[in-house]
Design a protein around this ligand. Structure first.
Ligand code: FES
Ligand code: FES
Length: 163
């Protein structure tokens, strides 16, 4: 182990990885600077916009507020790992189908948060109402689209309607 560094091992988009990191390193820095996965966007860096969302053990977190050392022994999925080998995830397909992307800065965070909500409700085998989905997406800000198409895409995919 290097001086003043700690060793972490975790699964990144399906692959086991190990790194020596400074204890103060943020997860967003690890993802973007160490692994070059720039789909995770630095927006506010204060936990307000959701652009930096990633899945940790299936749940969305803000990687700008999460110390990288806390990813040890967990499973991390970034937007680069959301799709399968040969096709996009159904959340991504739904966002495209609804035309829910303009500049795209918020889109990876939106897709990750929608996936997290879908994971949450599919575990409970419960179809949430649109209002519940809108409430749960409040942590993701979009400055371009006005949200209508994003919400349509989210509702369609989370409620399990084929896209
Ligand atoms: S960049 Fe993390 S919440 Fe805005
Ligand atoms: S599409 Fe531009 S911020 Fe959402």
């Amino acid at each position: 182990m290097l001086k003043n560094k700690i060793s972490i091992s975790f699964k990144l988009n399906g692959q086991k990885v190990t790194r020596e990191i400074k204890p103060s390193l943020l997860l967003i820095e690890l993802i973007r600077d160490e692994f070059g996965l720039t789909g995770t966007k630095p927006g506010c860096l204060e936990g307000e916009c959701g652009a930096c969302s990633v899945l940790v053990n299936g749940e969305a977190i803000n990687s700008c507020l999460f110390l990288a050392l806390n990813i040890d022994k967990k499973e991390l999925i970034t937007i680069e790992g959301l799709a399968g080998k040969n096709e996009l995830d159904e959340v991504q397909k739904s966002l495209i189908k609804k035309g829910a992307v303009q500049c795209g800065f918020c889109t990876s965070g939106m897709a990750i948060s929608i996936k997290s909500i879908q994971n949450h409700f599919s575990k409970q085998k419960y179809k949430p109402a649109k209002e519940e989905i809108v409430k749960m997406l409040e942590g993701n800000l979009c400055r371009c689209t006005g949200y209508v198409k994003i919400i349509e895409a989210a509702v369609e995919v989370i409620r399990g309607i084929r896209v």
